[in-house]
Design a protein around this ligand. Sequence first.
Ligand SMILES: *Cc1c(COP(=O)(O)O)cnc(C)c1O
Length: 405
Amino acid sequence: MNFNGVDFDTYFKHFPDKNGFFGKYGGSFVSPELQKAMDEITEAYFTICKSRKFIAELRRIRKEFQGRPTPISHLERLSNSIGNVQLYAKREDLNHSGAHKLNHCMGEALLAKYMGKKRVIAETGAGQHGVALATAAAYFGLQCDIYMGAVDIKKQAPNVARMKILGANVIEVTEGLQTLKEAVDAAFDAYAKDYKDSIYCIGSVLGPHPFPLMVRDFQSIVGIEAREQFTGMTGELPDAVVACVGGGSNAAGMFAGFLNDPVDIYGVEPLGRGPKLGDHAASLKFGTEGIMHGFNSIMLKDENGEPAPVYSVASGLDYPSSGPEHAFLHELGRVKYDVVDDEETIDAFYKLARMEGIIPAIESAHAVAFAMRLAKQMDHGSILINLSGRGDKDMDYVIENYGIR
Ligand SMILES: *Cc1c(COP(=O)(O)O)cnc(C)c1O
């Protein structure tokens, strides 16, 4: 399929290019010292990802440890409450540890093992990436250092406990505002000092090349499974595919299965409390081109051109940029990006729980909310939602702030 001059039959061969660019987005903008580490990872990944042993081991792990393939569920009662359009959910909430994040963490940790590394390093904000990586590190017997702002450590006690039980070192970062940005800086510093024995594991399709490529590849299992399962269940392709976009990894994985199909694809960003800067994290909708955290993409900037403060009811979506591939697919128009605010999200959270018996992560509830809106606009057809994770982590917060509905 050709779309605005890009041939999607050969898309994965050409995007990103060998320097990690999706059009003008992506690349690697880091210090010479870190670039050496990135080059080492790139070279290792391109060799190892083609090895039969690596592929076979990853397949075995997905099946025996993660419980893949995760099913697709037909959301029959929810669909009927809206009209004729049929909604389906790809159940990444049933992936081990409760979200899609383990898909790329197992891949990254397996790569670390093949490269002979002893330690994995990462930052975490809400703690979801830290928990997934700590899970992978425990499985492979790797040391795991997670950098986390002191403020976040206080806010996210259950995830800090999970990481510690899994054997990770949670390193408190007390610089600046003591949140995600400072944690990223501290983790990158630690990595630059000791990349011989360590590998940095980025938590989404973000950061310098090769991470946006590598994380997409590891997450594409979601889209590959979903396409096969959906056509098996219904005899046809879905009319639309929907996923929420924070950094963009669950969306990139799902979309990878359908980019070359006549399927409408939608990424959903968090509008939070509204369109004022600081009240949302809808970077593709409101942002401009810029470089941060080692890559060029669309980002939300403050008056000094620095990453702007962002907000979303979903802590996994509050990042001031999105992966470079999303900036590219947005520019091309192959994927449409839209926004859903907190209120519509909480409504969808409760609807899915009450009508289907599934408590979604608040992140995933953004995709559910958009699909429900889309279903009202279409008079027939089907929509496949990527249900990126389960909502156990969000229950206390929802009850405290929104009450039982
Ligand atoms: C982290 C997280 C997200 C957002 O990350 P992406 O990289 O955009 O997928 C979405 N859903 C859940 C459940 C998460 O934990």
